[in-house]
Design a protein around this ligand. Sequence first.
Ligand SMILES: Nc1ncnc2c1ncn2[C@@H]1O[C@H](COP(=O)(O)OP(=O)(O)OP(=O)(O)O)[C@@H](O)[C@H]1O
Ligand SMILES: [Mg+2]
Length: 741
Amino acid sequence: MSKYDSLNAMQQEAVFHTEGPVLILAGAGSGKTRVLTHRIAYLIEEKGVNPWNIMAITFTNKAAQEMRERVDQIVGFGSESIWVSTFHSSCVRMLRRYIDRLGYDNNFTIYDTDDQKTVIKEICKRLNIDTKQFKERTLMAAISSAKDELVSPAEYKLQASTASGYGAQTIARVYEAYQKQLRQNNALDFDDLIVKTVELFQSCPDVLDYYQERFRYIMVDEYQDTNTAQFKFVSLLAEKYQNLCVVGDDDQSIYKFRGANIGNILGYEKVFPQAKVIKLEQNYRSTQNILNAANEVIKNNEGRKDKTLWTANEEGSPIHFRQFQNGYEEAEYIAGAISQKVREGIYDYKDCAILYRTNAQSRLFEEKFLIANIPYKIVGGVNFYARKEIKDLLAYMKTIDNAKDDVAVKRIINVPKRGIGAATLGKVQDYADAYGISFYQALRQADEIPTLGRGSAKVRPFVEFIQKFRSQIEYLSVKELLEKLIEETGYVDELKAEDTDEAKARIENIDELISKAASYEDDAEDPSLSGFLEEVALIADIDSVEDSDNRVLLMTLHSAKGLEFPNVYLAGMEDGIFPSYMTIVGDDPQDMEEERRLCYVGITRAMKELTLSAAQQRMIRGETQYNKVSRFIREIPRELVELGREPKARTITKMPEPSSSYARMRQTYQKTSFSPKQFEVKKSQGLSYGVGDTVRHIKFGTGTVQAIVDGGKDYEVTVDFDKVGTKKMFASFAKLKKITE
Ligand SMILES: Nc1ncnc2c1ncn2[C@@H]1O[C@H](COP(=O)(O)OP(=O)(O)OP(=O)(O)O)[C@@H](O)[C@H]1O
Ligand SMILES: [Mg+2]
C-alpha cells in the first residue's frame, strides 16, 4: 500500500495534479496541509522532481517548522534541499544573494519596529512634522500598508497629490524620506523584504529567470492570509512554469488587519485562468460534535463561499461549556482539569492547549499553572512577567519601594526619556562603587559627585519623582500607586498615541497588571507595596519546566492557525473579550465576521475535546466587569453542549437560544440572559438616583443616568459619562453617587 492510498479521492486528485496552477479551497482539518506534504513527496518520488526545485511557503514560523517536520518524515532523503519557509525568510535568502543588483549591500540590516521608529522620528524632526498630529506609529502603519499593497513612495506621492487631505501628502513626504534613509543605512524593514524581492524580480529578469528555473514547483499554505505583495511575489516566481499550488480556507482569513487580501483567494482564478480548483469536504481532525459546532458558528457569516464540511469521525463527547464566577476560578478549573486528565492517562500535557483572544489573558493561567506545577509554554509570545511594559512598571515599583535593585533603577531611569546619558550613568556607578552605596543612593547624592557636572541636573527630576512617590506609599493602595505611576510617567498615554496593535496589546498587559494589584489587595491580609512585589517576584522568577516538549501550550487564537490538539480550551468566551469590545461597539459587520472566523479557527483546532469557558465577572484594569457569555457560544445549538456541574465551578443551568442572523444576535445581546446569581442578595433597598440624574462613578467620573432596567436580581443602569461615554453597569457594584448641584 502506498502512502497515497491513505488519501481520499479528492486529496489524491490534488496530489497527482502536479502540472499547472491548482487552488485547493477547503475547510479546516480537511487535509490541506497534508495534501501539500504528500504532493511534495509525490513530486520527488513519482515524478522524479529534484527536491532542489521545490518551494513550500507558509505563514508563521511555527507553521513552517511543523511543515518542515511533516515533510522530513514523509520525504526522507533529500528533503533538506527543499525550501520550506515563511515568505519573509525566503525573501531574505534571495536578497542576501542578489540585492546588490538594486544598489544595496548584500549584508543589509533588517530593522525592527524600534529601529523604524527612530528613523521616522528623525525624519519628522528634519521635515518639521508635528508628531502630535502625525504620530510616528500612525506614519509607520501607513507606510506599512502602502508596502503591503506595493505602492512605492513615488506612486504614493502621485495619489496623494490628487487626494484632498493634507494628511496623505505628509505621509507621502515621510514615506519618501524614510525609504531614502533606509537605503542610505543599507537597511530594510520587514515589509521591504517582500517589496524588494518583487522589485528585484521586476528589474532583473535574469534573477527572476534563475529563481523561476530553480523553483519549478511552488506551494503556498494558509493562502487566505497573503497580502498583495506576497501574492505578487509568488505569481512572479510561478509565471514561467505555472506550477503554483495554493491551499487555503476563506473562513480562516484572520489577518485583514495586517493587509491580508481575501481577494487573492477569490481572485486566484483570474490571475491563473486555467487553474484547477479542488474542494475538500471531509474533515479528519475533529469529532462530529466539534465540527458541527464550528459549522454552526461560521454559517452566521454572510460574506463567505458556502461549503459543507463533514466527518466520518465519531460523534465524540459534547462540547463542554463552563461559566465561572471570575477569571481566577476559570483558570483554576482548567488547571485542575488538565492535571486530572494527565493523571488519569487520558492526555499528555502537550495534547492540551489553551487559546484566548489577547495575550494579556495568559497571566491567570501562568499563575495557576505554576502553583499546580503544570509545565506550559507560551507560543509566539513572552511570559507575562517578562514582557517589557510589565518589567518597566515593576522596576518603577521596586525603585519606589526600596531602590535596592540597581538593575531596576537603571532600567527605568530613562523611561520615559530623561536625557540621562551613558556617561552620566557610568559616573554615578563609579561613585556608588567608590562609596559602597547603591546606585540609587548615589543618584540622590548626585550634586556631590564632582565629575557629574551638568549631568546632575538631569538626574534630579528623576530622584524627585521617585521620592514623591515614596512619600505617598502610606496613603496609596498598591493599585492606586500603580495607576498614578502610569499616569505621571505617561506610559500608557505614549502607547495610546502609538495606536498600533502592538501598543494595544501592551496596554492590555498593563491593565492586567492593575487587575493583579487589585486582586492582591483583595486577598492579602495586610497588603503593602513590598508584599505585592514579593508575591510577584515569586511568580516571575519561577520558570516553567524547561527541558521537555511535553507542555501545555498557551497562545492567542491568531497563533493557533494550522495547528491541532486533542484537548482544547477556549477561554474568556465573553462578549467584550471575544468578540472584542471594539468589535461590538464598532458595529462593523465585516469586523464581526473576522472575529467569527477567528472563533471558527479556535473551535476547529480541537480534535477530541473542546471546552469553552467564560467568567461572569472579569477584572479589567482592576475594575470588575460583567460580561455576557459570548454571542459565538450562543450560536452553537444547545444539543451539542454539555453544561458541567463541577462542585467548584458555579455553572449556569440554562443555555440561551442560539440565534442565526445579525438582527437576532443583536437583540439577544441587548436583552440577555445570564444574570449573575450573586446579585440576588445585593439588590436591595432601591436606588438613590433616577433617570436624568447626574451621578459620579469612582473611576469614570460624572455622567447622566440614561436608563435603569430592573434585571430581577439587580438593576442595570446605563450612564452617559462625560469623559468615557456610555456604559452599562450593575447598580450594586457600580456604587454610583447622585450629585446635587
Ligand atoms: N485522508 C486522510 N486520512 C487520515 N487522516 C487525514 C487525512 N487527511 C488529513 N488527515 C489528518 O487530519 C488532520 C488535519 O489535516 P491538516 O492539518 O492537513 O488539515 P488542514 O486542512 O491543513 O487544516 P487547517 O485548515 O486547520 O490548516 C491531520 O491530523 C491529518 O493528518
Ligand atoms: Mg493546514
